[in-house]
Structure formats: structure tokens, C-alpha cells
Design a protein around this ligand. Structure first.
Ligand SMILES: [Zn+2]
Length: 238
């Protein structure tokens, strides 16, 4: 081992002792990113929704937004567990490869620049890092800051986000994949898809790490809910 490598190794042991690696989900010490126990509880389950909300054609997610998957989403977003990002980006790559490989380009859901400055990264962009580089475009901008959605009901979420996104010019008739960490009421995806379709997209699919099971309520603004909608979600594949 060269003296440089010895120095690096010593430095790395020093930092390990100072900041021991912890499971991003449960906090157990001595694990990289996700501990074995949490990993076991992370069950892959394909959720598929067709026209779940206005403007969105379909949604695929490979985890239900519950337990470990929900903790991973929160850890990435609120505790800046960026090491998780790479793991979760692998799931987005799987969703893309399995269901969205024919899209023309991929757009991460943007966050407002003030939130970006505070958080330091956009979690949706972090989830795009393993997708084909040339396909990913920052095709949407968030034009105003909005109240965090987490404490709002479905109607408040829709109102909160109205007109919050603007699409950059995109080719007419293109197929766009929107990427986000989680799909719950769909208010964010709907507003993004509206902007993308106004700008010329003919199709907007959504790839998410996790999605809430079909419990998002009907939005009065959503034509998809003018008629009763059958439950088209995939059966659990545990
Ligand atoms: Zn754990």
C-alpha cells in the first residue's frame, strides 16, 4: 500500500469512527444505506394506474408507499440521505426499462429554486441519475413557491399547485416520462402533465419509486372522474 493509500485509509477509518454509517431507514449503526432487516421489508410490488388523474396517461411505481419504501422517500427528501438516491434511482431505471423505454424524453418533477437552495438537491433529479443521460431534460420549471403538500387535502393540493409549473418548448406530439419520488393524490403529476401537454406533449407517463395504493380521491377538475372508474391497479405480486 502506498503512503497515499495508507493516509486515505486512515482518514476514512477516522471519519467512520466519527460518523458511523447508519441505516437510512431505521438508524441502526454499522450498515451502509439500508440494513438487512429494512431491506427484507422492502417488497417490490408493481402498481399501475391508467388515467388516474387529469392529463396523466399512466403511472407505474415499483413499491407501495408504505413502511420501508415510505421511510426511504422521507429519508431522501427530508434528511438529505443522498446515498439512498442511487439505490432508489436503480428502481426508477427498472420502471423505465420495463414500461417506458419508448418515450421521447424524461423530465424530473422540479422543485422551486428557493427549496433547491435549501435542500441542496432535487430528489426527482437524483432519481434520474441512472437513466440514459441524453434522455433526461429539465423540461419543466416551477414558477412559484407552494405550500408543502403534506398537510393539505386533495382539493387544497390541486389549488395549491394550479399554474405552478411551466414547460419549456417541447416538440409537438412527443411522449414524455415524468419522474418523481412518490405518487399520492397525483396533484403534482397532474399539474406537471397539464403544462407538458399544453406545450405539445401527446402522452405523459409517470415513473415513481413508490405510489400510494388507489386511495386518491376524485378531483372535481378531473374528467377521468366524470364516470365511475374501475380499479385498474395491478394485483399485489408479493
Ligand atoms: Zn434499517
Amino acid at each position: 500500500m502506498s503512503s497515499m493509500n495508507v493516509a486515505k485509509s486512515l482518514l476514512s477509518s477516522f471519519f467512520d469512527a466519527l460518523y458511523p454509517s447508519k441505516c437510512a431507514v431505521c438508524g441502526s449503526i454499522g450498515f451502509a444505506v439500508v440494513c438487512d432487516q429494512c431491506q427484507q421489508e422492502l417488497i417490490r410490488e408493481e402498481l399501475h394506474f391508467i388515467q388516474p388523474i387529469a392529463h396523466v396517461d399512466e403511472v407505474w411505481a415499483f413499491h407501495a408507499y408504505e413502511q420501508t419504501a415510505a421511510e426511504m422517500v422521507k429519508a431522501l427528501k427530508y434528511h438529505r440521505e443522498t446515498a439512498l438516491g442511487n439505490r432508489m434511482a436503480g428502481v426508477i431505471l427498472d420502471v423505465y426499462t420495463a414500461h417506458f423505454a419508448s418515450v421521447d424524453f424524461i423530465v424530473p418533477v422540479p422543485i422551486h429554486r428557493s427549496r433547491l437552495a435549501w435542500r441542496g438537491f432535487n430528489q426527482a433529479t437524483a432519481l434520474c441519475t441512472r437513466l440514459p443521460n441524453s434522455m433526461v431534460q429539465e423540461g419543466l420549471v416551477r414558477t412559484r413557491r407552494t405550500t408543502p403538500q403534506v398537510h393539505l387535502n386533495a382539493e387544497e393540493r390541486a389549488n395549491n399547485l394550479e399554474g405552478a409549473f411551466e414547460a419549456l418548448t417541447i416538440p409537438k406530439g412527443c411522449r414524455v416520462l415524468l419522474v418523481d419520488d412518490v405518487f399520492t393524490t397525483g396533484a403534482t403529476a397532474s399539474e406537471c402533465a397539464r403544462a407538458l401537454k399544453q406545450a405539445g406533449a401527446c402522452y405523459v407517463g409517470v415513473a415513481c419509486f413508490a405510489a400510494k395504493r388507489r386511495d386518491y380521491p376524485a378531483s372535481p377538475a378531473s374528467p377521468a372522474y366524470d364516470q365511475p372508474v374501475e380499479d385498474r391497479s395491478e394485483p399485489a405480486t408479493r
